[in-house]
Design a protein around this ligand. Sequence first.
Ligand code: ZN
Length: 205
Amino acid sequence: MKCPVCNSESHEILKTKGKNTKEILIKCNECGNTFRETIKIPKMVDCRIIISQFSQSEKKQIKLYPDEILQVGEVLLVDGDEVEITSLENNRGGRVSKSQVSELETIWATSLAGPARVGVSIDYSGRVLSKKVEVERDFQFTVGDVVKMGRAVFRIKSMKTITSKIRKGSALAEQIKRVYGRPASHKDKFQYDLTSKIVENEDID
Ligand SMILES: [Zn+2]
C-alpha cells in the first residue's frame, strides 16, 4: 500500500473495519497523509485431512485459506492436536510434496499427539520375539543399549527408522519403526526397562 500523496510504503494502520473485506484507515509515516484502502480477505475453505495414528486413521476437516501453501513435514493444528503432513493429494489425483490449498483434495497426516509406538524384535538365533512398546516421542534409543523387556534382556544391534536402517548411533522413538536386539549376556546390566511399555504382543515367527 502506497501513500497516494508521496508514494511512501511506510505507514501505520489506524483503524480496520469489516469481516470478509476489510476497510482500513492508514496514516503515512512519511508525510502524515491519511487514506483508506479496502482489502479482500479470502474466505477459509474446508479441506479434508486424514490423520493416522498407529494403524488407525481418522477423517477430519480443517479450515485453511485457499492461497495458503502446504508442504510435507509441516505441522498443522487440528482440533487442538498437532499433526504432521505426510503427503498431499491434489485435485488431479497426484501425490505432491507441496501444494496450494485451493488445489488440494486430501491432506494426509500423522498425529503427533500421544506416545510413539515402536516395534521390538529380539533374535534368539532364529526364534524371534516381537513386541510393540509405547514410549515418549523423544525417548532416545541407542545401538548398544542393554534393555529389559518382560523376562528378556537384550542388546540393541540395529534399528529401522522411517528413512533408513542404522547400525550405530541413536534415534528418537518417533523416528524409529523397529528396534532389533540380540539376547544380552548375564553379566550385562540393563539400562532401562520397557516391560511396562509393552502394548501388544506380535506373533513369534
Ligand atoms: Zn505520504
